[in-house]
Design a protein around this ligand. Structure first.
Ligand code: C2E
Ligand code: CA
Ligand code: CA
Length: 835
């Protein structure tokens, strides 16, 4: 059984009341002003009569003074009342049978509570489905009352009264249509301006609706435009009816009653539902695990739920009237709260994490959401705060963090954490000017163990290895598993490299003793690489990478050992320093220095046409050092100058000796490096040599590389000219390896081109080499330069050269560089005995 909705739920509670002696015009004025359709006449709190818009039709408009009469003279009475609990369906029946348009809703004592009108019923929600389905035409019952605008109001009212219409369409003088309603008459009564024609009072224009439009559209128009009648137009645009709330409802007749009942039931259910929702909301609030605080606009607490009490320790009584600042932990500064309030004012919402304090003083972290609640005027009336204690969640996050930063198998830090720590350690070490070490450790033969004994054993092994390693480290050293069988150790506050190597040895030893897993006994080893901050780098990646590469060397060089990244460098540095010191001594004393001579043979005649002096260095402990090693070092350190000078004296002295011995030495060339060539007194030195050793002009020549001459051509020309004046031959050495710019050769007073060994060796193999040799020799011929082919080792090379303009051959084929005595024995003839 459906419980029926009582009328009090849909009645209009705004009641206009007046005393019985109130003049009608005054009552009408109030009704017109407030747009009320009825005035209840009350005496001593009891309704004695009612005057409605409809009653305005009965006013004698011919005698306007009548409107001054007291309302009790014209009101209807008795008032038809209906009890507040009367079901709506029953009220609807009374409307349709009693020709009444208003029913007064009263309480048990007959006291007026409100008016129930048909309009109220029509305005009630829940009718939409019905109104949506029906068309305007279907609700029209009769032709509209059409009145001429020239009719007097009295006549118009009479016609309306007689035809039972609450409104009439008025044809005004200009042909426009207007509408005259009971409400217009009430307005007239209020102002009682005297004799008036209907056309003057009518409202224009007449609002209309199409006959085939949906009733819902008509209803919305009525409500929106605040009118109670619409003209109904047919297809031809003729007014065929007037539609008011009455028609809206009456058209439905009993169907309407059914619909209405159903609609009201629905509304009833909705109300019950929302009441249930409210209860539900209350229950939710009560049983919520989240703390809830409701404050007023000035943030004074009005309500807190049990969870609040549970979380904070404060009861509802303790909290009420105070502000949430009672929970403040003092952990957030004023600007924190300022930002919160700003967000609340601007967006009506704030969410964030707040440290608060419980009644017992304990700190907790809450996730807090505050919403500003606004009233109908848009002013903030309340704040609702919802919070949960996330201190535990944080602890869980800590666990998650553990997973992210720790290796699940060994529970050691993973690479990420290591990198974090290394980053910090580097910063710390920089500040305190300390060293730190990164050790990269890789197990030897782990893969074999894993493959042969299975992953479970492999995992077990890794675990045991990590424990052994850990056992060798200080507490604040970090042991991290990099992944697979790789570990990284971070040693802080290292003073001596020996500390690190000691640890490294201990680590190697700890891993090398046998493991026993699942009854199996086996051995693995490990290889370690060490990098140091700041020696090897000052960045995380660099240090790890270099430790890694040092580890690789350890693997290559025998495994189960460690290597320092720097060691090689150190050794190199140390070696270089050692070499340089030795070379310096040699440069000073000349001890161990020697010269080898290599003959340059004329290709056609086979005669020795020249020789190249090549520096040789033999050190008592380092042994024989190749010029390829010590010449670059001598050039970098500046030692090339004293060394070069020594060489030139040795050569000049040798030449003098040979000459003195009656031998006929060929022209000998010495190599000049850039530094030597650009000495300001080079020509003077050379001149000095010639003088000191009484050398015939041209006996001593020079070899220069292209690059020396390219830079400062004008100055080069100056020096070269000076040398030429001494008769020196000037050879361009290693031709083809540098810029190979031929154009400058024309400008420079050079005499010889030495084609670099690399071209000679590739002759016949590569087209490019042949082309260069062809071009160079061709050009040299043009320029009248002698051409030397360097590094000729084979007959084939010699043969290949036959096609080109080459004058001299220098190479192992025709003669290696040899000591002076050997050179003399092999190549020198007594002066005058040569052919
Ligand atoms: P370079 O001036 O090109 O000297 C020729 C180099 O080629 C010499 O090497 C010589 O032994 C080598 N050589 C000669 N024939 C052949 C051959 O058929 N096959 C091969 N593979 N090599 C051949 P060395 O004596 O080791 O000298 C190397 C470089 O050191 C010289 O190259 C030169 O640039 C520099 N050097 C040597 N002595 C001096 C010097 O007193 N002063 C300066 N500044 N540099 C010198
Ligand atoms: Ca040379
Ligand atoms: Ca050369």
């Amino acid at each position: 059984m459906t419980q029926e909705l009582p009328v009090e739920r849909i009645m209009n509670t705004g009641l206009l009341t007046c005393a019985p002696e109130t003049p009608l015009c005054e009552a009408a004025a109030r009704m017109a002003e407030r747009r009320f359709s009825a005035m209840l006449v009350v005496r001593a709190g009891q309704p004695v009569g009612i005057w409605t818009e409809h009653d305005s039709l009965f006013v004698d408009f011919a005698h306007p003074e009548q409107v001054e009469r007291p309302i009790e003279a014209v009101m209807s009475h008795p008032v038809v009342t209906i009890h507040r609990s009367t079901p709506v369906g029953e009220a609807a029946l009374r409307f349709s049978t009693g020709q009444r348009r208003h029913l007064l809703v009263v309480d048990d004592d007959g006291g007026p509570l409100g008016l129930l009108s048909q309009t109220d019923m029509a305005l009630n929600q829940g009718l939409e489905p019905y109104l949506r389905l029906r068309e305007v035409g279907g609700a029209m019952r009769k032709r509209p009352l059409l009145l001429s605008g020239e009719l007097s109001l009295g006549e118009a009212a009479q016609r309306m009264r007689r035809s039972g219409c609450d409104a009439a369409v008025v044809t005004c003088r200009d042909g426009e249509l207007g509408i005259l309603t009971e409400r217009d008459l009430v307005r007239f009564v209020a102002r009682h301006p005297g004799a008036t024609a209907a056309g003057e009072l009518a409202s224009r224009p007449l609002l209309t609706v199409g006959v085939d439009e949906a009733l819902i559209h008509a209803r919305d128009l009525l409500i929106d435009r605040r009118v109670r009648h619409l003209g109904v137009l047919d297809g031809a645009g003729e007014v065929v009816g007037l539609l008011g709330f009455q028609e809206l409802l009456a058209g439905a007749e009993h169907l309407y009653l059914e619909d209405l009942r159903e609609a009201l039931e629905q509304r009833d259910q909705a109300l019950a539902q929302s009441r249930r929702n409210l209860q539900l909301a209350e229950r939710v609030i009560d049983s919520s695990l989240e703390g809830i605080i409701i404050t007023d606009a000035r943030t004074r607490i009005e309500f807190v739920n049990p969870a609040f009490t549970h979380l904070t320790g404060y009861s509802l009584e303790e909290a009420t009237g105070r502000t949430p600042a009672m929970l403040s932990s003092g952990r957030h500064g004023p600007d924190f709260y300022q930002r919160m309030w700003q967000a609340l004012q601007e967006h009506g919402y704030w969410r964030g994490e707040v440290w608060n304090r419980r009644k017992n003083g304990q700190l907790y972290l809450e996730l807090l959401t505050i919403t500003a609640i606004r009233d109908d005027q848009g002013e903030i009336s309340n704040y609702a705060a919802l919070f949960s204690d996330i201190t535990n969640i944080r602890e869980n996050e800590e666990q998650v963090r553990r997973l992210a930063y720790y290796d699940p198998l060994t529970r050691m830090p993973n690479r990420r954490l290591l990198e974090d720590r290394l980053e910090l350690a580097i910063r710390h070490a920089r500040r305190h000017r300390q060293r730190l070490a990164v050790i990269f450790l890789d197990l030897d033969h782990f893969k074999q163990v894993n493959d042969a004994l299975g992953h479970a054993v492999g995992d077990e092994l890794l675990l045991k290895v990590s424990q052994r390693l850990r056992g060798q480290l200080r507490e604040d050293d970090t042991l991290a598993r990099q992944g697979g069988d790789e570990f990284i150790v971070l040693l802080n506050e290292v003073e001596e490299v020996e500390e690190v190597t000691r640890v490294a040895r201990r680590l190697v030893e700890s891993v090398s003793s046998p493991f026993e897993i699942g009854g199996q006994v086996f051995r693995v080893g490990c290889s370690l690489g060490i990098s140091l901050y700041p020696d090897d780098g000052d960045r995380v990646e660099t240090l790890v990478r270099q430790a890694d590469s040092a580890m690789y060397r350890a693997k290559q060089e025998g495994r189960n050992t460690y290597r320092l990244f720097r060691a090689e460098m150190h050794r190199e540095d140390r070696g270089r320093l050692e070499l340089e010191t030795a070379l310096r001594n040699t440069a000073e004393t000349g001890e161990g220095l020697g010269v080898h001579y290599q003959p340059l043979i004329d290709r056609d005649s086979g005669e020795v046409q020249g020789a190249e002096a090549l520096l040789r260095w033999h050190h008592p402990t380092l042994g024989h050092v190749s010029p390829g090693d010590f010449i670059p070092l001598a050039e970098r350190s500046g030692l090339i100058l004293p060394l070069g000078e020594r060489l030139m004296h040795l050569v000049a002295a040798q030449l003098r000796d040979w000459l003195a011995a009656g031998l006929a030495p060929p022209r000998v060339a010495v190599n000049l490096s850039a530094r030597q060539f650009w000495q300001s007194d080079l020509v003077a030195q050379m001149r000095g040599l010639y003088a000191t050793y009484a050398l015939p002009p041209g006996q001593l020549g020079v070899e220069l590389t292209e690059s020396i001459l390219l830079d400062k051509q004008q100055e080069a020309i100056h020096t070269l000219t000076g040398l030429r004046e001494l008769g020196c031959r000037i050879a361009i050495d290693d031709f083809g390896t540098g810029y190979s710019s031929l154009s400058y050769l024309q400008e420079l007073p050079v005499t010889t081109l030495k084609i670099d060994r690399s071209f000679i060796q590739k002759l016949g193999e590569s087209r490019g080499s042949s082309a260069i040799v062809a071009a160079v020799t061709g050009l040299a011929k043009e320029l009248g330069l002698r051409v030397v082919a360097e590094g000729v080792e084979t007959e084939a090379q010699l043969q290949a050269l036959s096609r080109y303009h080459v004058n001299l051959i220098q190479g192992y084929l025709t003669g290696r560089p040899v000591e002076a005595t050997t050179f003399a024995e092999r190549y020198l003839l007594r002066a005058g005995t040569s052919s």
